[in-house]
Each structure stands twice: as C-alpha cells, then as structure tokens.
Design a protein around this ligand. Structure first.
Ligand SMILES: Cc1cc2nc3c(=O)[nH]c(=O)nc-3n(C[C@H](O)[C@H](O)[C@H](O)COP(=O)(O)OP(=O)(O)OC[C@H]3O[C@@H](n4cnc5c(N)ncnc54)[C@H](O)[C@@H]3O)c2cc1C
Length: 489
C-alpha cells in the first residue's frame, strides 16, 4: 500500500505508474480537487488556466494512457502550434516565431540580421546537448549507481565539453549572435525553469530545442484538461483519492515511514511518496527529523505575479502566447534574484486560451493571463508592488497595442507569490523548486528518494529532474521505477 501526498501533475503521474505496476495507491490532497498548479479559475463568465500555459512533450501524458492499453485520443487531445509565440519590443520590432525549423532560420536571420548558418549551427548544437543529457537526466535517478554504469552516461561524460556547463547561457548566446534582440529572444528560455540567463549555464540552450524540435501544443479544452483526463484515468484504474485531507505528519518508526497522519486521521502505508515541495515536507511533516540542510538551502526559482483579466475586446495581433520584452532585461533579473523586488520595466507574458477555446471568454472578449516573473515571497510589501506593477503593465501593453487596455478590463483576479505558496505549499512560492543558477544546480536537486528514510520517495517540481510539466511527469516515472526496484511487486 502506497500513500501519496499531493495530487499535482507529478503525484498523478506517480500514482498512475505505480498502479500500473500493481500497487494499491491512495492520494491525499489538501484541496477539493486534483491538479495543484495545473488548475483553473472562473470569474464573471471568463475561464482561466491558473498556472502552466505552455505545453510541450505531450507524449509523456499519452504514455500514461498507453500504460493501461487505452488510446489517449479517446480521452485527451491537443493541437500542434504553427506559431510558437508572438514577440514585441518597444521600438516596434515584432517577431512571430514559426514552428517549422527551416522557416524559423530564414525568418529569424532576416528579422534580426543574423547569419543563417550561425542560427542553424546554434540549433544543431542545442540538439547535441539534449541528446547527450536527456536519456541520463530525464529518465533516471541520478542517485543510483547503475545510472552511471552504462554507455549513454559514459558518452555524456566523455563529451562534457559539448554540454556548455562552464559559462552562463548569456555568454553562450553572445558567441553565436550579434543583435541584442536575438540574444534576448534565446535568453528567455532560462525562465522556463525559473532561472536567470546571466547565471544559468549554457547547457540550458537545450530548452529551445524542446520547443523547436518537438513542438508546442495546446490541449483541447485548455491546460486543465491534462489534469482532468489523468484524474479520470486514475479513477478508472481504482486509485483512491482523499480530497480536503491535508497531510500533517509522515509517521516514522525505526527510520522507516509507516504511515500518514492527516487532518482527519492516521493511515498505515508500506511506502510514502511526497509530491509536496521537498522543503515543507521536511519542515512540516518530518519535524524533528534531521533534514538535508545543504540541499534544502539551494536558491529557489523565480515566482510570478499574474493578473487574470477578462478583456471585452479581441486582438488580431495576439496569439495564444505573446511576449512583450523589457528594455532593461539584465536589470529585470537583478531585481528578481538579487534585489527581491519587481522590475520597473518587466517582460510581460500574455496567454490567451480563448484564441483556441472560445468558450473561455464571453463573445467578443478574451481571457488574458498576464504574467511577470517575480522573486519569491520574502515578506515584501506585495500590495504596493502589485499596484505599481498593474499600472506599469497596463501602460506597456496600451502603448505596444495602441489601445487603452485599462478601459477594456472587465474582471480581474490576482495571484502573487504569497498565494502560490499558500495554495500549493511551494516554498517561497517558487514555480520550479530550486533554481538552476549554478553550473551543476540542475544535477544537484534533491533526489527522488530520501537519503535517510528507506521507503520515502519524492516526485514533483522541487526534486530531480525539475519543474515544469514534462519533468514533473518524468519524476513520477522515476519514482515508480525506484519503488519497483526496492519493493518489487
Ligand atoms: C503561474 C505558473 C506558470 C507556470 N507555467 C508553466 C508552463 O507554462 N509550462 C510548464 O510546463 N510549467 C509551468 N509551470 C510550472 C508547473 O506548473 C509546475 O512545475 C508543476 O505543475 C508542478 O507540479 P507538482 O506536481 O510538482 O506540484 P504542484 O502542482 O504544486 O502540486 C502539489 C500538490 O500537493 C498538494 N499538497 C501540498 N501539501 C500537501 C499536504 N500537506 N497534504 C496534502 N496535499 C498537499 C497541493 O495542494 C498540490 O495540489 C508554471 C507554474 C505556475 C505557478
């Protein structure tokens, strides 16, 4: 019997994997429904995806249906995006990113006056980084000796010089590109794991490879349909869910987890999996236990400030994903990671799911998810920062779109780092657990198994391999394989 704490995407993935191996699984969730950050909100006729909006590597979700011999297309569908994202700069430059690689190379080099051969070379080098690391990093625990005893790992180690671990992403980009806008364009991918391009290592340029090679997708019915379809699959397979039942303690006996205590009672388990952020798991559920302080003290990833705006107009210039770049990009990251405040000129991301799901907004309107990257919750005066940011964002979008946006907002909901921390128990409101701002940080996250408790495992954005939907889904797979090795069915 396995008890899982949390029904985020990683908890759902772990539950489904473990159930397919024959284990009895019960998932405890503090909230009324599943999904964690992958949830939705509705307000005044508008429906918004609460957290993630960019969907990549859909095959990882499909695999979960295939485990049970089900055709994913009977339950979960998505379309491939032909345009990855629309970019806007304050000097009037605009760039619509084509998904097709050849088209991208031509269009990018023309718009930004770059050498197409260098653009091609950059994309090819990113592919090498991905191919060398993905089989090792995305699919295995880094804390099992057998991970290192195979040819794939040896190959990655022999070619470590090609991984670009020894300089920041920003420096990598300046070695390929001349135009500051090209560099800014590819720097943004550091934010996909909540890091700064000025410190995260050059290996992170493999992130654009995920978008440009594997594509980006939109799930029919919005991001929330990922949660809903997996939850329905879990119910069909007999996984038990106990909602509104916050876990308050992991019960230990002689160095082993023997069960879970919740706000409603105590339950014995043979194995426990925590999908809760690793820091509060130790601090709140394992009080008195000696935590791995060095790992827990790793710098956290960025958080976010999001305005969910119901807009009573539709904009032809905008697509599903839109970025309005800052003129002071380096300063923006200094604000987030050093000054722990919000930039005066933030990069603004606008996601509009009603472009694909028209019922997400009343007729003629659009549901805008307007996000800026933010520092974690260190007790800042958030009310003041939110007021200031709202005005700055409204001014920026109004100027770049040539419309008074303030007049068009007919409903608003705000989610800030305090709310993210409170709703999902993510330490400091970090979106992706630990940041990858150091050379080896991505490889030194908390392992998927507790070092000192033989039957306690971890999945989710705060542990290996990292945050974001694809990596969280993979963490569920890694955990299920570890449990199956340690406690075979
Ligand atoms: C605003 C925002 C934008 C993002 N954008 C993207 C994106 O575009 N693409 C992408 O791939 N990723 C994105 N992410 C990151 C992505 O959402 C996360 O990495 C991922 O959803 C984390 O999943 P998880 O399973 O680790 O944890 P969570 O989703 O945090 O789930 C943890 C669950 O555990 C529950 N829980 C916690 N403590 C307890 C307890 N004591 N007892 C019982 N239950 C408990 C919580 O209620 C929650 O349901 C974004 C995140 C946010 C917040």
């Amino acid at each position: 019997m396995i008890g899982i704490i949390g029904s985020g995407i990683a908890g759902l993935s772990a539950a489904l994997r473990l159930r397919s191996l024959g284990y009895e699984v019960t998932v405890f969730e503090a909230h009324q429904g599943p999904g964690g950050k992958l949830d939705e909100i509705t307000q005044d006729g508008y429906c918004f995806d609460l957290g993630p909006s960019l969907f990549t590597m859909p095959q990882y979700i499909d695999e979960l249906f295939e485990l049970y011999g089900e055709d994913p297309r009977d339950h979960f569908n998505y379309i491939k995006k032909e345009t990855l994202c629309n970019y806007f700069w304050t000097d009037g430059t605009r760039f619509q990113t084509p998904a097709d690689k050849q088209h991208f190379i031509t269009s990018f080099s023309t718009t930004f006056n770059e050498d197409p051969k260098k653009v091609k070379q950059f994309l090819e080098d990113n592919e090498v980084k991905y191919k060398l690391t993905a089989p090792l990093f995305l699919q295995r625990s880094l804390h099992r000796i057998k991970t290192y005893l195979n040819w794939i790992t040896v190959k990655a180690i022999l070619k470590i010089y090609r991984l670009d671990l020894f300089r920041p992403l920003y420096a990598t980009l300046t070695s390929y590109f001349n135009n500051p806008k090209s560099i800014q364009f590819f720097s943004r991918h550091a934010t996909y794991n909540g890091s700064t391009p000025y410190r995260t290592p050059g290996i992170m340029s493999l992130i654009p490879h995920l978008e440009m090679h594997f594509g980006t997708y939109y799930p029919e019915g919005g991001m929330r349909s990922i949660t809903e379809s997996l939850y329905q699959l879990a119910l069909r397979q007999g996984i038990q869910f106990r909602f509104d039942e916050k876990v308050t303690r992991i019960d230990l006996h002689k160095g082993k987890a023997v069960g879970l205590t919740t706000v409603k009672g105590s339950y014995p388990f043979d194995v426990v999996v925590s999908n809760m952020d690793v820091v509060p798991t130790y601090r709140k559920l394992l009080k008195g236990f000696k935590a791995p302080e060095k790992i827990l003290s790793q710098e956290r990833s960025s958080s976010a400030l999001i305005f969910y705006w119901g807009i009573k107009k539709s904009f032809q210039d905008l697509d599903l994903h839109n970025i309005f770049f800052s003129d002071k990009y380096e300063e923006e990251f200094k604000c987030i990671f050093e000054k722990k405040t919000l930039s005066e000129d933030p990069t603004v991301y606008v996601n509009i799911s009603s472009k694909h799901t028209p019922t997400d907004a009343p007729e003629g309107g659009e549901n805008w998810f307007v996000m800026i990257n933010a520092p974690g919750n260190y007790g800042q005066n958030w009310e003041e920062l939110i007021e200031l940011s709202r005005e700055r964002i409204l001014n920026k979008l109004s100027t770049l779109l040539g419309k008074n946006i303030k007049e068009l907002v007919e409903t608003e909901f705000v989610w800030d780092p305090r709310g993210i921390e409170a709703k999902t128990n993510s330490f400091l409101g970090a979106l992706y657990g630990a940041a990858s701002n150091d050379r080896m940080a991505a490889f030194l996250r908390h392992p998927n198994k507790a070092p000192q408790i033989s039957n306690l495992y971890f999945c989710g954005g705060s542990v290996h391999p990292g945050g974001g939907i694809p990596l969280c889904v993979q963490s569920g797979k890694i955990v299920s394989e570890l449990i199956n090795e340690d406690f075979p069915k």
